[in-house]
Ligand binder design. Structure first.
Ligand SMILES: Nc1ncnc2c1ncn2[C@@H]1O[C@H](COP(=O)(O)OP(=O)(O)OP(=O)(O)O)[C@@H](O)[C@H]1O
Length: 322
């Protein structure tokens, strides 16, 4: 049995809505996983069940071989070892940063609580903010406090439910870089729900993809990227161009090479948009077919121009819809 085992979890709401459908997943210690899937696919429900905060209909979660008891089986729901941080960070507005972080430590030995608080303030770069109130912090700093608080009890598993979705992309990038280093140092197991593949790539190496409560794929991010199997899974990594007349064959924008003289497919540039590292081209390939998205590193093409597209057979993805 691996470190965290999820076996056949099924959750039905209101007697009919199957939010999770016999989901099984095994996670090793110190691994970092992202859970991705469309809205309503069961991501948050899965995290709550792992944390012991929700009652399942079938199945069981085990941490190091021990059953995680649900709120019907346990007087106080949840576990110190499994900490869940949500988008709404749940900070106490009238408590300072230091008070917020040390709140879960109130029942512990004073010297230990102080030592733990100081260590977390240091690790999260919050020493200067210890006496600030949440409203005096940026969104990123607030999320850092929420995560530091979740780590105060030295949990073995940190569960993150889209805690970064309210941050702008620059703030998020910096925070995810910092957290990546912190989590590695602590050797903590992390499971993060996200809508954003960029967050998943920046913080975790493993991915599980949910659809309608079912686990579609699990594994290393790079293996799933190379072999996505379905258009649903491939779509999380970015846009796909469908080959005209070939419903199941797709190309990623990065796989297409262009030429202004000859190619396997001809198109005309509808839109050219500037991105810092490349131009993003939207190309009409035929009257009936959806436009393609292409990336051009040389900035030499203009709207209205004809281009020819080439690709390698090995880059063509044969994908089922679901
Ligand atoms: N307490 C509840 N009562 C009834 N239905 C619920 C409850 N919680 C979740 N659901 C339903 O279960 C399904 C899965 O919900 P869940 O929140 O796990 O999805 P999600 O993948 O996290 O969605 P999102 O990305 O939109 O947050 C949805 O159809 C949702 O409406």
């Amino acid at each position: 049995m691996s470190y965290l085992n999820i076996e056949g979890l099924t959750k039905i709401f209101d007697g009919e809505l199957k939010a999770l459908d016999s989901l099984s997943l095994s996670i090793n210690k110190a691994e970092r996983w992202s859970i991705i899937g469309s809205s309503g696919s069961g991501k948050s429900t899965l995290l709550k069940l792992i944390a012991g905060m929700e009652v399942q209909n079938e199945g069981q979660v085990y941490l190091e071989g021990e059953k995680i008891l649900n709120p019907e089986q346990k007087l106080v729901a949840g576990y110190d070892e499994l900490q869940l941080v949500k988008q709404d960070n749940g900070l106490f507005p009238l408590s300072t940063v230091a008070e917020n972080i040390s709140r879960p430590l109130l029942q512990y030995d004073k010297a230990y609580a102080k030592e733990r608080l100081e260590a977390l303030l240091q690790v999260f770069g919050l020493v200067e903010k210890r006496d600030s109130y949440p409203r005096q912090l940026s969104g990123g700093q607030q999320q850092k406090v929420a995560i530091a608080r979740a780590l105060s009890l030295e949990p073995q598993v940190l569960l993150l439910d889209e805690p970064f979705s309210s941050l702008d992309s620059l703030q998020k990038r910096g925070l995810l870089d910092e957290l990546n280093l912190i989590f590695k140092e602590l050797e903590i197991t992390v499971i993060m729900v996200t809508h954003d593949i960029q967050d998943a790539l920046l913080l975790t190496e493993n991915l599980c993809v949910l659809s309608e409560g079912k686990l579609l794929r699990q594994g290393k991010v790079k293996d799933i990227y190379k072999n996505p199997q379905t258009a649903y899974v491939a779509g999380f990594f970015g846009p796909l161009n469908r080959l005209p007349g070939k419903p199941n064959l797709y190309l990623r924008p990065s796989s297409i090479k262009h030429s202004t003289s000859a190619g396997m497919l001809k198109g005309s540039i509808l839109l050219k948009r500037y991105f810092p590292e490349y131009d993003l081209l939207t190309v009409k390939v035929s009257e009936e077919h959806p436009a393609w998205q292409l990336i051009r590193y040389e900035r030499d093409l203009s709207e209205g121009q004809t281009i020819f597209m080439n690709w390698e057979e090995e880059d063509v993805l044969a994908l089922e819809e679901k």
